[in-house]
Design a protein around this ligand. Structure first.
Ligand code: 13P
Length: 345
């Protein structure tokens, strides 16, 4: 393993003013996104949508450091025959790849899930490296049960450990292959739990994660952490201010994430566009931490462009403008220079 090379890639992924575009929706998930704009999900329509994003050169050149791709996309060509990976590289953006195989019920803990995909991963990583991937993503999912639920409360320590163990195994395999692992333990924000519970569960999860990474020989200089922010469940009656979200998120991260980690790139996880931007911005305005803090957003970067596009070629330019705008706003948030006025203009 060349840790200096991995560190260089990781630093590029979180270069100030840039962040990551998560365009790695599985075929099932992108199907649901397309349903919301009444567009059929086909091999070609998925290609057209993603090609449109990757050809948005203002955003790609200035605000997107890397793109997380799905297996289909890393092998796909643009309409004119150019490999999509080459389009991405031509904007000085790094191609990355989602390598987990989704979640399934955890045996012995039926209320929880475990992320699959370790079997054969060494061989798959070699192939993805040859296809151009320089970083990867693996998402573990931690779900918080209803606050009134006593029997079957989740998460359990066993469920958390099973998932962080898998993240550690994945990260070690990535580094062996010369690929920077994005390590993503997502505490879901659906549900009725309050912000205290999100804080508690996220802290336990991140502590468990960094123990696993250490025990499995993962070099922290060559990873990117992709966590959730500390928020209240979407259905919780008491919703915190941006200051509270930012302060609590920074507190948890300072308590759990070693300074050797080059960068933290948040998921948006169902926050709306502006929430995702303003919360990141608030943290960077507060400052005083050793890592770069940026975005690795899926929905919060794509949603407005998707609604502008509506599956129609004639809306291509409108969709590109919408994507460029969100990319620019998140870029400003990554340096604490965003404002609502700029967003609206
Ligand atoms: P969201 O920003 O839509 O949560 O997607 C990011 C991601 O990659 C989730 O795994």
């Amino acid at each position: 393993m060349d840790i200096q090379a991995l560190n260089k890639i990781a630093l590029k992924m979180v270069e100030p003013g840039t962040g990551i575009l998560a365009a790695d929706e599985s075929t099932g998930t992108i199907g649901k996104r397309f349903e919301s704009i009444k567009t059929e999900s086909t091999y070609e329509s998925r290609r057209d949508w993603r090609e449109m994003l990757f050809r948005t050169s203002e955003a790609m050149k200035n605000h997107i450091s890397g793109v997380i791709l799905y297996d289909e996309t890393i092998r796909q060509n643009a309409a004119d025959g150019t490999p999509l990976v080459e389009l991405i590289k031509s904007t000085d953006t790094l191609p990355g790849i989602k390598v987990d195989m989704g979640t399934t019920q955890l045996a012995g803990r039926p209320q929880e899930t475990i992320t699959q995909g370790l079997d054969g991963l060494r061989e798959r990583l070699k192939e993805y490296y040859d296809l151009g991937a320089r970083f990867a993503k693996w998402r573990a999912v931690v779900e918080i049960s209803h606050p009134d639920q006593y029997v079957g409360t989740t998460p359990t320590i066993g469920g958390i450990k099973a998932n962080t163990h898998a993240l550690g195994r994945y990260a070690a395999l990535c580094q062996e292959a010369g690929i920077v692992p994005i390590v993503e333990p997502e505490v879901l924000m659906g549900g009725y739990h309050n912000i205290d519970r999100c804080q508690e569960v996220t802290e336990i999860t991140l502590n468990s994660l960094f123990t696993e990474l250490y025990e499995q020989g993962v070099k922290l200089e060559g990873i990117i952490l992709k966590p959730n922010m500390i928020v209240a469940g979407k259905k919780c009656a008491q919703q915190p201010s941006r200051e509270e979200i930012a302060e609590r998120t920074l507190k948890v991260l300072k308590n759990t994430v070693p300074a050797a980690v080059p960068g933290i790139a948040f998921l948006s996880g169902g926050q709306n566009n502006e929430e995702a931007t303003r919360n990141l911005d608030m943290m960077n305005k507060i400052g005083g931490f050793p890592w770069k803090l940026t975005y690795s957003y899926g929905r919060a970067l794509q949603q407005s462009a998707l609604f502008a596009w509506k599956g129609q070629e004639s809306n291509y330019k409108l969709a590109q403008e919408a994507f460029s705008h969100r990319a620019k706003m998140n870029s400003l948030a990554s340096t604490g220079e965003w404002s609502q006025d700029l967003d609206k203009s």
